[in-house]
Design a protein around this ligand. Structure first.
Ligand SMILES: [Zn+2]
Ligand SMILES: [Zn+2]
Length: 199
């Protein structure tokens, strides 16, 4: 599922332990430093409740480049990630700096396979500098965390949510990403719990 033009707290101990049996592998093909990636990984781990591992694999971006748009086809990259399933069991999420698109949309912040294994997030439009504003690294990291949690939510079977502050709310503008929290509302948390328990 692509996020339109982008496209915890409160976790019970039992829920947390249950979900920690799931694994997430992050493939970093972005300019985030090892320390920044470590910070993001621990935050995502705390919110999603799945173990987050950093993979040393890289994404082959060239195969997804569309020279007429000057952008990269996120669905092509998702297919590439799925081919890594054998070596990376669990969920696979790639973080890239390039501008992503799906054919019917101008751009996407990320894309995920609904209830599947693969997801991708781009930092391209998460930088303040993209909008002509002074760069703000902590804010960038916060946005990256939210987008990773959002896309992983889709891989666990969650749809978009209408709660204003829920991380599963769809974001068209970067201000909407800033407005929502990095965590899920109670309803989305409940769905996530049932999905994982049933798997
Ligand atoms: Zn979405
Ligand atoms: Zn929600």
């Amino acid at each position: 599922m692509s996020c339109l033009r982008q496209a915890g707290a409160g976790i019970t101990k039992q829920f947390y332990v249950l979900r920690m049996s799931s694994s997430v592998h992050i493939i970093n093909s972005s300019s985030l430093s090892p320390d920044e990636l470590e910070h993001v990984s621990r935050s995502v781990e705390a919110i999603i409740g799945a173990r987050v591992h950093r993979s040393h694999l890289r994404v082959e971006l060239e195969r997804a480049f569309d020279s007429s748009r000057g952008q990269y086809n996120s669905s092509v990259l998702l297919a590439q990630l799925l081919s890594l399933k054998q070596s990376l069991p669990g969920k696979i999420i790639a973080l890239v700096d390039v501008d992503l698109y799906v054919p019917v949309l101008t751009f996407v912040y990320g894309e995920a396979q609904l209830e599947g294994a693969a997801a991708i997030v781009s930092t391209h439009r998460l930088h303040n500098s993209f909008y002509g504003v002074d760069e703000n690294r902590p804010l960038l990291i916060e946005r990256v965390e939210k987008e990773i949690v959002h896309e992983l939510g889709h891989t666990f079977g969650l749809f978009h949510c209408h709660q204003f502050e829920c991380v599963m709310r769809s974001s068209t503008y970067v201000e909407e990403i800033d407005f929502k929290k990095a965590t899920m509302c109670k309803e989305c948390e409940g769905v996530l719990y049932r999905k994982v328990r049933g798997s």
